[in-house]
Ligand binder design. Structure first.
Ligand SMILES: [Cu+2]
Length: 150
């Protein structure tokens, strides 16, 4: 009777203590992955360009060479507009999110059409400093801007 009681007692104590010890262990595999994605977010530079009354605001947009960039266009007009940067993004990896309609040619990104009250988010990294003009190519829109890569 007594040894059986003792063993039962031991089992209960072990059951009470063991789960606590297990949950106290740090979860090693999750930590490096989280640190990496947090790092990625910190390194990304976000630049916002509003479009209102047929103007890019600001019309001079500054980004940094070698830096992961998220360039956001918010179209606050009712009509659609276009971000068309010429050959700047030829051969450059670029992703577009939002509700715009991007166009890609053989050389890569050509332009994105952004609906009224719409938004386009472009992610890229540019390596070559310089001043690069962009336009909205909708008929009658005299909209110009300059992307400055510093
Ligand atoms: Cu326009």
């Amino acid at each position: 009777m007594r040894p059986a009681l003792f063993i039962t007692g031991l089992l209960i104590v072990t059951a009470l203590v063991w789960p606590g010890r297990v949950s106290a262990e740090p979860s090693v595999p999750a930590d490096p992955a989280q640190a990496l994605s947090a790092n990625d977010l910190v390194l990304e530079e976000e630049v916002l360009v509003r479009i209102r009354d047929r103007k890019f605001m600001p019309s001079t947009v500054r980004v940094h060479a070698g830096r992961k960039t998220k360039l956001v266009f918010k179209n606050q007009d009712a009509e659609l507009h276009v971000f068309m940067p010429g050959t700047l993004f030829n051969g450059i990896s670029l992703s577009v999110e939002g509700n715009g309609a991007p166009e890609f040619g053989e050389q890569g990104f050509r332009k994105v059409i952004i609906p009224g009250d719409g938004m386009a988010e472009l992610r890229f990294t540019l390596e070559q400093p310089g001043r690069y003009p962009f336009i909205c190519d909708m008929p009658g829109h005299e909209m110009r801007g300059t992307l400055v890569v510093e």
